[in-house]
Design a protein around this ligand. Sequence first.
Ligand code: ISE
Length: 347
Amino acid sequence: MTVRVGVIGAGWIGQDHIRRLTDTVAGAEVTAVTDIDSARAAESAARAGARVCADGAGLIAADDVDAVLVTSWGPTHAEHVLNAIAAGKPVFCEKPLATTVEDCLRIIEAESAYGRRLVQVGFMRRYDAGYRQMKQVIDSGRVGEPLVVHCAHRNPTVPESYISEMAALDSAVHEIDVLRWLLDDEIVSTQVVVGRSTSRRFAYLKDPQIMLFETAKGVRIDLEMFVNCQYGYDIQCEIVAEEGLVRLPDPASVAVRTAGRHSTEILQAWVGRFTDAFDTEFREWIASVEAGTEPTGPSAWDGYAATVISNATVEALTSGRIVDTGMKPRPAFYSGGAVAVDVQPAA
Ligand code: ISE
């Protein structure tokens, strides 16, 4: 069976995934596209041999759509995910699951009431080969229990529309998710320290930001978020444990020796750094849809946690205080069991 995917949102990441589902991932095809920009929808649909739908509701209800991909503007995600759940259709939602904690809880309640997982959230770093090797080492116990994590998330530059709060909401949210997964732990508090800002930024931007997290098991995490580092797109992660450490490898790059110098390339865009991860992520999602099994990737609970913790980190930035995230243990419904629960975590 070929999985027929309807795509809501034909912006940059939506177009990238349409190409992925059309040209790279076997067993899938894009049959419908919708976007608030009808010309953009038509162009993206034509490239995939798909038709254009007037809106998300019509696309989700369509008979030629088996599964839904949400890549629209963040504040619209909750509406489309809830509609897909109501239609009983698997839905892949690019981060964030929803921009408010309340909307994330509405999605969790709807999915729990439905009785089986339909939602996967697009945190692609869990599909990166380097991060997966790190998880294998940690889970094997070879280095003992994790104690401290050092991370750096560096973008060469960001557009003028990027504001200080996006360092948490749009960028650090990837470390928040991947570290919860790597450590199998929950982030219970967050703090942001801002020192001297680079002159290579817009006057309003606090950059870099040092984010400090504590987990329920007592692990301490420091994350340097630096979105105008100039030199390239550079993601670093090192977990220090009781008997050793495990470090994220740099992406492979040829070493060039010439004119008395040797050098390796540093990527300049985040997409190039995670292209293989996106491909793996979608191959595994399509395989679960085709098999009629629950998705194995980041769940609606992970999406809720990312929104809670990133929002708390914004509060820590603006208040200068250490902020408790209020995260509670994951409900059984999101720990493998498909038992609907009344999820009432602290707001
Ligand atoms: C962007 O939105 C992403 O999702 C990238 O993964 C991240 O590295 C970048 O900082 C964000 O702006």
